[in-house]
Design a binder for this molecule. Structure first.
Ligand code: SAH
Length: 361
């Protein structure tokens, strides 16, 4: 019988219910990591107490789990005893643990709900932050584009409002209305929710009025450019800018003006939404404009579906880049005049932009 099981039996507390995730964590972890792991799980047992108690207590408080936490000493032993963690005001022996019960399944919820805008990262569980994972687990309703919702494991009792792509403002309105009705709503976006994504749409609709009692919380996510940069080296090591090539929400003329400015400023440029099946011209124009400012051998990163099984990442140059292979699942990073390609024997090349910029350029 393991100590977590003995502690659960002693306190009459189920370790986990239904699809709760249970984590067993050593109290010797650094406080920050412990807090992040607690935020990313439903139920937990923290072992190895004693001197670590203040740090464990702090991490549990930061994960908002103090009122679900019990301290159990010598479970199943002769001197077994237990109490709520917040009632413990003494040193505890090494033979003790904290049992963090799963979140209660029924909540009484006075007043309006809460709307959290959550970034899922570019793909896969490794790029989903523990904070985002906890918010998804905690929500009554998930709202988002069906493709993104498909990345989240279903959870019994949790509703989903799937929407098509586009229509961000309608989706934001639906989400705010649900929150006004008392639900805890998580609106999901890929990558970071504040970068060409739902967070701004929610604020836009909230500003129209009628929703000012709702607490809108935005949880940062890893953006596609960061994941792509990491795959190839450090192309964003110096000043860079980010431009969406979609002309759905802005005129093509402004895109051209910004590309010109990025070219003139010798910034590394990350291009989001580079081209769709029908929208190809802006991408060709972007290449032309940047070629007006930097040489054809400027490194270019073309990264498609990074983090998914379809991932394809290639290093090419502004002069030779094959634009036909670029679609909406692709992110393009165009180097500055300083971005360098590092050739390696027997391994693929890498690319980086140095921290220093030469004087007089
Ligand atoms: N909020 C997202 C961006 C949404 S715009 C973020 O922060 O990443 C959608 C664009 O993001 C796509 O057209 C593509 O350019 C880029 N993108 C998103 N996920 C990607 C991935 N896994 N690989 C490559 N590009 C990606």
């Amino acid at each position: 019988v393991t100590s977590p099981c003995a502690a659960a039996a002693a306190t009459g507390t189920p370790l986990a219910r239904r699809d709760d995730v249970l984590s067993i964590l050593p109290g010797t972890l650094p406080t920050d990591e412990l807090a992040a792991r607690l935020a990313g799980t439903d139920a937990a047992v923290v072992l190895k107490l004693g001197r670590t108690l203040p740090s464990v207590r702090d991490a549990i408080a930061r994960a908002g789990a103090t009122d679900r936490s019990l301290l159990v000493e010598r479970a199943s032993g002769e001197r077994e005893r237990w109490s709520r963690l917040d009632e413990v005001d003494r040193d505890v022996p090494y033979m003790s643990l904290v049992l963090v019960a799963g979140r209660p399944t029924t909540r009484t919820r006075p007043g309006p709900g809460r709307l959290t805008v959550v970034g899922l990262g570019p793909a896969g569980p490794d790029w989903l932050t523990p904070e985002a994972r906890a918010a998804l687990a905690d929500a009554d309703v998930l709202v988002g584009y069906a493709t993104y919702l498909a990345r989240i494991a279903p959870r019994r009792g949790q509703r989903r409002l799937e929407t098509g792509n586009g229509a961000e403002l309608d989706r934001a309105r639906d989400a705010l209305d649900l929150a006004a009705g008392g639900d805890r709503v998580a609106v999901v976006s890929s990558g970071d929710p504040g970068i060409f994504a739902m967070a701004a749409a929610v604020f836009e609709v909230a500003e129209e009025g009628g929703h000012d009692t709702i607490d809108v919380v935005v949880l940062a996510g890893l953006s596609a450019m960061q994941a792509v940069a990491g795959r190839v080296g450090a192309p964003l090591g110096h000043d860079f800018c980010v431009i969406s090539l979609s002309d759905r929400l802005k005129p093509a003329a402004i895109i051209e003006r910004r590309l010109e400015a990025a070219g003139a400023g010798d910034l590394v440029v990350a291009l989001y939404n580079p081209a769709s099946r029908t929208r190809r011209a802006v991408l060709a124009r972007a290449r032309e404009i940047l070629l007006g400012h930097r040489p054809p051998d400027t490194p270019v990163v073309v990264a498609r579906a990074v983090g998914s099984p379809d991932e394809q990442v290639s290093l090419t140059t502004l002069g030779t880049v094959d634009l036909d292979r670029i679609d909406m699942r692709t992110l393009v990073i165009v180097g500055s005049s300083q971005t360098r390609l590092v050739r390696r024997t027997g391994r693929p090349p890498q690319v980086y932009t140095p921290r220093h910029y030469p004087a007089g350029r």
